[in-house]
Design a protein around this ligand. Structure first.
Ligand code: SF4
Length: 283
């Protein structure tokens, strides 16, 4: 049995950078609290917690002298509150999210009504909305238009939405716009990283008899990666760790593919590969 890896898999640059920044702080400065899980992966969160990075759900729970914002970014009010409490800030906001926040802020300052294509309850979208100074709305429904002030509408996206889906939304929405809008400004703030994992997984699925998707079940992007593989018709196993691998899955399998979500650490993927190599006939 040969083992083939997807061309793009595992930690995205934003998550890798966030984990490295927290590790760096632990090494040089000491303990800190992270506002939410730094990555949607229990193994990584537990390992960081054992070294002194405690997860706090809210700022008022923070007892440490320093606090880390996750790669999803945070609201304007949160930055102000961190400053007011005189906490040291480890800002791991992904540069791509930062760019979306800056676009939201700039567009609102330029008197656009800012429509964000995304889930209103998602932490990144809540953060983006806060940078629009009350001129922002979030939706996934092209039929739900907000009141558009000054006839100027700007559209941006939650970074993890697919680029094609975002542009499809833009096209539908523009078709619906009436005379209430004179100007539409679109800034594509989608991140290519998630899409690259899906494309690589589809490409890998064409070459193998079975595929293992490694990652946490509470990671939305890993779940979607597993669905993407299943949709190709290839036998797909969604596992959190190498311990879940079962030998009989590979009866008659000549080529097995491995991929992993953007929140899956390198160690979990290496363990899976080693386990596969250890199976009888593994290469
Ligand atoms: S998916 Fe993209 S935007 Fe999100 S953390 Fe990773 S690199 Fe940044």
């Amino acid at each position: 049995m040969t083992i083939e890896l997807a061309q793009v898999y595992g930690f995205c640059p934003g998550v890798r950078r966030a984990v490295e920044m927290v590790n760096q702080h632990l090494q040089t400065e000491g303990p800190l609290a992270t506002l939410g899980a730094i990555v949607h992966n229990a193994q990584v969160v537990d390992a960081l917690s054992a070294r002194g990075a405690r997860v706090a759900d809210e700022l008022r729970e923070v007892r440490e002298p320093a606090v880390a914002i996750t790669a999803h970014g945070a609201s304007k009010a949160l930055y102000q509150e961190i400053e007011r409490r005189d906490l040291e800030l480890v800002d791991t906001t992904c540069p791509i999210v930062k760019r979306a926040q800056e676009a939201a802020k700039r567009l609102a300052e330029d008197d656009y009504t800012v429509l964000i294509y995304g889930e209103a309850a998602h932490p990144e979208v809540k953060g983006l909305l806060s940078w629009t100074n009350g001129r922002g709305h979030a939706t996934l429904d092209p039929n739900s238009l907000p009141e558009i002030k000054d006839q100027r509408l700007a559209l941006i996206s939650q970074t993890t939405k697919g680029q094609e889906t975002f542009w499809g939304f833009v096209a539908q929405l523009v078709r619906r716009l009436g005379p209430q809008v004179q100007e539409v400004h679109v800034v594509d703030t989608t991140c290519p990283e998630t899409g690259r994992r899906y494309d690589s997984a589809r490409e890998l699925a064409r070459r193998v008899d079975a595929i293992l998707v490694v990652g946490s079940r509470n990671s939305a992007n890993t779940r979607k990666l597993a669905e993407t593989c299943k949709e190709t018709g290839v036998q797909t196993y969604f596992i959190e760790s190498a311990d879940e691998i079962s030998g009989p899955w590979f009866n008659g399998v000549r080529r097995v593919g491995v991929t992993a979500g953007a929140s899956t650490p390198d160690e979990a993927i290496e363990e899976v590969i080693n386990r596969l190599r250890g199976l009888e006939g593994g290469v």
